[in-house]
Ligand binder design. Sequence first.
Ligand code: MCA
Ligand code: AMP
Length: 470
Amino acid sequence: MNLGHIFDLSLAGRPHAAALEFQGREFTFGEIDARASRMANALSARSFTQGDRVAVQLANCVEMIDLYLASTRLGVIFVPVNILYREREISHILHDAEPRLFVTAENIGELAREAEAASATRPWADLDGDSPAGIIYTSGTTGTSKGAVITHNNFASNAVNLAACWRIDSQDRFLLALPLFHVHALGNGLHTWLLSGCRMRLLERFEHQKAAAEFLDFAPTLFFGVPTIYVRLLETDPAIARRIGERMRLFVSGSAPLPAQVLEQFRALFGHTILERYGMTETQMNISNPYVGERRPGSVGFPLPGVSARILNDDQQPVPDGGTGELYLRGPNVFAGYWRRDDATRAAFHEGWFRTGDLATRSADGYYTLCGRRSDLIISGGFNIYPREIEEFLMEQPEIADAAVAARPDRVRGEVPVAWVVARSGPIDKEELAGRCRAQLASFKVPREFVVVDKLPRNAMGKVQKHLLA
Ligand code: MCA
Ligand code: AMP
């Protein structure tokens, strides 16, 4: 099967059921199906064929769903681009993925008009489950991001797992506020919606000032969030939180560690124990706390069905329960490799097991707990930041001789980036430097502070000792 067969459970199987709400507009599954066909025919008219790439940088909207469904129908590979990315970051992706078309807020109107005029007959490419469905860029340790090639089978196994293990069905009311350009909203959100045939309200983005009102108005039963969102929701008035909680069935958290204290405070306020799970772009969802049974604070639970997990030490030997090592994974969820990067793909696997780069420990009763990362990845509000990329940008600036970027803990965003810089000669105008960063880097990557130092602490190998920076 390919994703089309799975989506058809709702698109073709429940054509008259309410499917989607977006900014006051409502659509049935039949309408979503027809929109997808029209968009696919519009892409075909632009001579898109199987294997072509379409890059898309849009805020959440119905047209983005149309484009995604149209792509999976034609075998076109969908390349979502973070809405916060600036020219430098976008240019890297476009050069690497070589899409036939780059869809943005500027030209989506034109494409939508072509789709309105196109036929609603269904095009249907005969796709194998191993066909690529998406290339999702994820920041590599090299500083520039690499495209993770995700197949129909990868996405399908993830959706089937989540729908089954989290009991998502057509009775759910699903509030989706996460950005569709990431696996969290796309692979978990969109796919479980289409698989289950539930009703979804899509928001353009999560706005914490409006969140409680949105919950009250839509009365969802299901919600996916990153920890920053749950920290924001702790500001909800207790009586309102209780009302929201009464209607809810399941709150899920992932993409970054959920502090145990936030889980406890949230439980006291909303009357729900958030279900924490762990995933990666390259692997979709790997490990999840159980729907029925203990959702253990600080832990991410058990490997999902079909997913095999191993914790190995630096000599690639198994670590006994209670010990810490790097987590390796195998299963139908694991991606096909990095786009045009055989070297990076080879480096990411050991004897067929994917190296997550995450450090983990397993308890005697089988719960996995993440305990940090091998790399210096920073996660801010659920967005990943590789310090190397910011360091490279800073070193290109004429007034900077040396630079290092590291995380600072942040109550709301989890972590934020801070830069330590060495001047080439003369003073550094921090405001001006911050402005240049804002123009060239996604907002979440812009260092929250610049600390000017005489030199960076380096070890004998010349590597910056980041733990000494703060
Ligand atoms: C954030 N900002 C945005 C958006 N989200 N701008 C436009 N559109 C967006 N969708 C910018 C704001 O302009 C602001 O910039 C900063 O981010 C924080 O915004 P704020 O309103 O203060 O929001 P917040 O209350 O702090 O919440 C931020 C957020 C956002 C909404 C939680 O961080 C977010 O959407 N995170 C989810 C990311 C995600 O889905 N990650 C999954 C990747 P400024 O800083 O300049 O003020 S990981 C993944 O996919 C794996 C597989 C997994 O395990 O899930
Ligand atoms: P991404 O590359 O955006 O897919 O981010 C994947 C990374 O997010 C993982 O390698 C983890 O480091 C982190 N991550 C995802 N879920 C969790 C979680 N529940 N707890 C801690 N870290 C997480």
